[in-house]
Design a binder for this molecule. Structure first.
Ligand SMILES: [Zn+2]
Length: 265
């Protein structure tokens, strides 16, 4: 899993979907993000040791509220999270936090929200109250409405990602900087000077760039002044390039496409 530390809680997105088949991994990710949201350290957050961080770990922070399937009369867990439960969240979310500057709602097994519940949640995600962060824990994102998913940053917990080496990250950042500066001539020169790398290096570069763009969308990294739309478009372009490289399109051709497409008006 990517390390979930932030310079400050301001870097957090207002909503996340935390995906994993393992309940433990989902919970660990939720604890890290919730701690980051309420941590009282000046940064980076979460510090892991302040009172707020410790309370989150112990499950007793008053501003970290967990919603899960409720039990019926016989003590058996209901199959779904109901719309009433989400309506309660809506009502509660406008109340200011008790101790922290932010409030976090952890929706456990969010993929068991029925459709009315999801539609109610969507309203919250579209216009989240200030200082409120939603963490949707799920094992199967496909049970969530596309509209809900599009409002959240998705994090796949526990995924073993191969860390790109420092040189590749440097190359990726140099490229993204040129894209952000929207200087076509510079970008063109940069592409021309890199078009002779071999296929494996090009694949590593493109994969690394996609990772960096995802980090930007999840607010784990500065977007360098690019709008979310520009970041999305760039990510789509890089995905396309990755597909081309995988069918052995020449690196030169791929960098040619990048040179003419990466700077959008
Ligand atoms: Zn802390």
């Amino acid at each position: 899993m990517r390390e979930m530390t932030f310079h400050s809680a301001d870097e957090l997105s207002h909503a996340y979907i935390l995906l994993s088949p393992s309940a433990e991994e989902r919970k660990a990710a939720a604890t890290a993000l919730a701690s980051a949201a309420v941590c009282s350290a000046p940064g980076p957050v979460p510090c892991g040791v302040c009172r707020a961080c410790r309370k989150v770990r112990a499950g007793i922070h008053p501003d970290v509220i967990t919603i899960s399937r409720i039990a019926d009369d016989k003590g058996k867990k209901k199959r779904e999270i109901s719309v009433d439960q989400i309506r309660n969240v809506i009502a509660d979310s406008v109340v200011l936090p008790n101790e922290a500057e932010r409030k976090v709602y952890v929706i456990d097994e969010a993929d068991t929200m029925n459709i009315p519940a999801q539609n109610a949640a969507l309203k919250l995600l579209e216009e989240p109250p200030r200082g409120v962060i939603f963490l949707l824990l799920a094992s199967n994102a496909e049970h969530l409405l596309e509209t809900v998913r599009s409002r959240c940053a998705e994090i796949v917990c526990g995924a073993q990602e191969e860390e790109p080496d420092a040189e590749t990250v440097k190359l990726g950042m140099a490229f993204l900087k040129r894209c952000a500066e929207k200087d076509e001539a510079q970008l063109f020169r940069w592409c021309a000077s890199n078009e002779n790398m071999d296929n494996a290096a090009a694949v590593a570069f493109v994969e690394c760039t996609i990772g960096l763009l995802t980090d930007m969308l999840c607010r784990r990294k500065s977007t360098l002044g690019m709008s979310d739309r520009e970041v999305y478009e760039l990510e789509a372009l890089m995905e396309k390039c990755l597909g081309m490289l995988r069918v052995n399109t020449s690196v030169k051709q791929v960098f040619g496409l990048i040179a003419v497409s990466a700077v959008c008006e």
